[in-house]
Design a protein around this ligand. Structure first.
Ligand SMILES: C[S@@+](CC[C@H](N)C(=O)[O-])C[C@H]1O[C@@H](n2cnc3c(N)ncnc32)[C@H](O)[C@@H]1O
Length: 242
């Protein structure tokens, strides 16, 4: 009979971590505990209505948004690479938003923060219009089942609100592992008439195989799964008639 190792409980992991046997990053913390660590630090924020960028970032600079930033791997790396730019992660899950904010706090990254919010409300009316240089949407939830597809982030309304928020020539960068969702997004973008021809997503910033776009990008690359990505540039004078 194979004897299994007893599973580590949150308490035992914490104890091992304190004794230096488990890296801090692997410790699974409760939402309450994460909240205690990051709330009120300035890295975590729960917006409730419209705001100006000067209320969010202390330094002026082009703004990039990571929609559904998850645990914040892309957010933290991108912000570290471009300290002259400001990065906002928007994440609907409080747990993930807190984890992403903690990542920024631990690395003391001052040009990025996380908003715990529904990106649809943020883009619809809370984010300042024509003010964002790049919108990143990496591996949005695919909602496989036919009856759940209406829950997908990308639809005509969301795309219009992305156009509202992007500066002229601002970029929408997307990646997904779902071929059918990729086609839907390309079709929505083409039908909107608000973007130029699509371009390959630049991955030249990635240093090596371990570097990656995001947590999901890393996972899928490890699995050898095919992924689809694209960059769409907003037209200088979007067709507002549509
Ligand atoms: C599949 S994960 C991808 C996470 C990350 N972008 C990555 O590539 O590793 C999708 C994320 O989007 C978040 N999300 C889903 N709907 C959202 C919404 N309406 N607003 C903000 N975040 C959302 C989910 O909570 C989840 O963390």
């Amino acid at each position: 009979m194979v004897r299994r190792q007893p599973l580590l409980t949150a308490k035992s992991i914490e104890a091992k971590s304190l004794s230096g046997r488990v890296p801090q990053a692997m410790v699974k913390r409760s939402v309450t505990e994460l909240g205690r660590i990051v709330e009120g630090t300035g890295w975590y924020w729960e917006p409730t209505g419209p705001f100006d960028w000067s209320d969010v970032f202390s330094e002026r600079g082009p703004v990039e948004i990571d929609v559904g930033c998850g645990k914040g791997l892309f957010l933290s790396r991108a912000a570290e690479r471009a300290p002259e730019r400001n990065f906002l992660g928007i994440e609907i899950s409080r747990r993930y938003a807190l984890i992403a904010a903690r990542r920024l706090l631990v690395a003391a990254i001052c040009n990025a923060k996380v908003a715990k919010a529904d990106a649809r409300a943020m883009f619809q009316s809370w984010l300042p219009a024509s003010s964002v240089a790049v919108v990143h949407v990496y591996y949005p939830d695919p909602w496989w089942k036919r009856r759940h597809k209406k829950r997908r982030l990308f639809n005509e309304q969301f795309l219009q609100s992305v156009v509202r928020v992007l500066e002229p020539a601002g970029q929408l960068r997307i990646a997904t592992d779902v071929a059918e969702y990729f086609e839907v997004i390309k079709e929505l973008v083409a039908r909107s008439g608000q973007f130029g021809p699509s371009e390959p997503l630049p991955r030249d910033e990635l240093k090596d195989d371990l570097d990656c776009l995001s947590n999901f990008d890393r996972k899928y690359r490890k699995e050898g799964r095919h992924t689809y990505s694209r960059l769409f540039r907003r037209l200088d004078t979007p067709n507002r008639e549509r």
